[in-house]
Design a binder for this molecule. Structure first.
Ligand SMILES: Cc1cc2nc3c(=O)[nH]c(=O)nc-3n(C[C@H](O)[C@H](O)[C@H](O)COP(=O)(O)OP(=O)(O)OC[C@H]3O[C@@H](n4cnc5c(N)ncnc54)[C@H](O)[C@@H]3O)c2cc1C
Length: 402
C-alpha cells in the first residue's frame, strides 16, 4: 500500500494529513512541502508578524501531532506528477501513491517590470514576510500597489509605525472585487484616519529606478517617491504540476463537487482548486480562505478514509483585520442583485440578497451578525428586510420563532 501523498503543507495539506488519521485512514500518509518550516498560520504574516521583529511563525499544530498521526513529512519541491504511473518526482526520486492530493496553494501575481528590484516585495509565505520585515527598518516611505486584503492589512499595520504609507489602487475603490461600496468606504475612511494616503483610480505610467531599486512610482502627472514597494495585486492558483500532467485547469485545478480532478486518484483542495459551488448552482469557483482550505481538507479526509461520497458543501466565510477593523464575510455575493445596509457606526452589516434570498453578509465589527449570517445561509433562511435592519437580537428572535 502506497497510501496518500499530499503536495503542499499549508492550511489545506496540513489539515488533511491529520484528519485522514482522525477519520481512521490506515495507510501511509506523506506530506511534502517545498519549505522545511513546520506548517504555519498564514494570516498573521500580513498583520502581527510584520510588526514584531521577535515574532515567530505560529505553527498550525505541533510537530508531535504529525508524529502521533503517523504522517511522514518530506521537504522539497515536487517537480512532476505522473497520474498514469501514480508517482510524484521529488529530488529525482519517484514516490508511488494510491491517492495524490494537490494542495499547492497560490502564487502572487507580480508586475514583471518590478520583479527582481531589491526593494520590491510581495507577501505569500514566511520567506516573503521575513524579507519584508527585515527591510522595514530602512524604509520610511512605503508604497503598496493594490488595494486588496493583503495590501490593506499591511498598509494599516505599517501606518501605525510612523511611516508614510501610500496605497495605489486602479479601481475606483479598494476591495472593489470582494466587498460592497459601503464596506470599501468605511475601510477607506479608517485607513485615512490612520494616516494612509489612498490613490484610487490610479493610472500607472511607470516607475523610476536607480540601480537595483525602485525610487518612485509614476502616475498621471504625479510621482510617488518610495523606499519600499509591496505588490499586492492578487494571486493565481499554483496549477503548474497539474497542467504539466494534462489535468484540466481553469483559474484553478478543476474538480468535481467531491474534489476529484480529471485524473483518476488525483484530488485538489484549498487555494489551488476550482470547485463547483452550491451557492452558484454548481458553477466552479476558486476560494482563497483558511475556512475553505481546512473544510475541504476535512471533507476529503472522510472520503478517502471511509469511502463516504457527498458533495463538498459549506457556507464559505472569511475574515480580514485591517488595522482596528474586523471585516468578516459569509457566503458568496456574486449573484446578489440588491443589498441592505445597517450602519450603526462602530458596527456595520451589509446583507446581499438575490431576489428574496440572502446570499452573503459582510460585517465590520459585528461578530454576532457574522455568526447569525452563517446560520441563516446554512439553513437557507432569510428574515424580512425589517428584521435584518433591526439587529442581531431581532434576527436571533426571528430564527428561533420561525
Ligand atoms: C499574507 C496572507 C494573509 C492572509 N490572511 C488571511 C485571513 O486573514 N483570513 C483568511 O481566511 N485567509 C487569509 N489568507 C489566505 C489563506 O492563508 C489561504 O487561503 C490558505 O493558506 C490556503 O491554504 P492552502 O493550503 O490551499 O495553500 P497554502 O497555505 O498557500 O499552502 C500551499 C503550500 O504548497 C506548497 N507547494 C506548492 N507547490 C509545491 C511543490 N511543487 N512542491 C512542494 N510544495 C509545494 C507551498 O510551499 C505551500 O506551503 C491569507 C494569505 C496570505 C498569504
Amino acid at each position: 500500500m502506497n497510501g496518500v501523498v499530499i503536495l503542499g503543507a499549508g492550511h489545506a495539506g496540513s489539515q488533511l494529513a491529520v484528519s485522514l488519521r482522525a477519520e481512521g485512514y490506515g495507510g501511509p500518509v506523506t506530506l511534502i512541502d517545498a519549505s522545511d518550516a513546520l506548517p504555519y498560520h498564514k494570516p498573521p504574516l500580513s498583520k502581527t508578524f510584520l510588526m514584531d521583529p521577535e515574532a515567530r511563525p505560529q505553527p498550525l499544530r505541533a510537530a508531535q501531532a504529525y508524529e502521533a498521526a503517523g504522517v511522514m513529512r518530506l521537504t522539497g519541491r515536487v517537480d512532476a506528477i505522473d497520474p498514469a504511473a501514480r508517482t510524484v518526482t521529488l529530488a529525482g526520486r519517484l514516490l508511488p501513491y494510491d491517492d495524490l492530493v494537490l494542495a499547492t496553494g497560490a502564487r502572487n501575481r507580480m508586475l514583471p517590470d518590478l520583479a527582481g528590484a531589491a526593494n520590491v516585495h510581495c507577501l505569500r509565505d514566511l520567506a516573503d514576510a521575513q524579507r519584508l520585515r527585515d527591510a522595514l527598518p530602512g524604509a520610511q516611505r512605503v508604497t503598496v500597489i493594490g488595494g486588496g486584503f493583503i495590501g490593506l492589512e499591511t498598509a494599516a499595520a505599517l501606518a501605525g509605525t510612523g511611516r508614510s504609507v501610500t496605497v495605489l489602487e486602479a479601481a475606483p475603490r479598494v476591495l472593489a472585487r470582494v466587498a460592497a461600496p459601503e464596506t470599501s468606504a468605511r475601510v477607506e475612511a479608517t485607513l485615512a484616519g490612520l494616516g494612509v494616503t489612498l490613490r484610487t483610480g490610479w493610472v500607472g505610467r511607470g516607475w523610476r529606478r536607480e540601480s537595483d531599486r525602485v525610487t518612485a512610482i509614476q502616475g498621471d502627472g504625479e510621482e510617488i517617491a518610495c523606499d519600499l514597494v509591496l505588490v499586492g495585486i492578487g494571486a493565481e492558483a499554483d496549477t503548474a504540476l497539474a497542467r504539466a500532467a494534462g489535468i484540466a485547469c481553469n483559474r484553478g485545478i478543476l474538480t468535481d463537487a467531491g474534489l476529484r480532478t480529471g485524473a483518476p486518484h488525483v484530488w485538489a483542495i484549498g487555494d489551488a482548486a476550482e470547485t463547483p459551488h452550491w451557492q452558484l448552482d454548481g458553477a466552479a469557483v476558486r476560494i482563497e480562505s483558511v475556512q475553505n482550505a481546512t473544510d475541504q481538507a476535512r471533507h476529503l479526509a472522510r472520503q478517502l478514509a471511509t469511502g463516504w461520497t457527498e458533495p463538498f458543501r459549506t457556507v464559505p466565510w472569511f475574515w480580514s483585520d485591517i488595522g482596528p477593523l474586523k471585516l468578516q464575510i459569509a457566503g458568496l455575493a456574486a449573484r446578489a442583485d440588491r443589498r441592505i445596509l445597517r450602519d450603526e457606526g462602530a458596527r456595520m452589516a451589509v446583507f446581499h440578497l438575490e431576489g428574496d434570498r440572502l446570499v452573503a453578509v459582510e460585517t465590520l465589527g459585528s461578530p454576532a451578525d457574522h455568526m447569525l449570517a452563517r446560520q441563516m445561509l446554512e439553513a437557507g433562511r432569510t428574515p424580512p428586510d425589517g428584521v435584518l435592519l433591526e439587529g442581531p437580537a431581532a434576527i436571533k428572535g426571528w430564527l428561533a420563532a420561525a
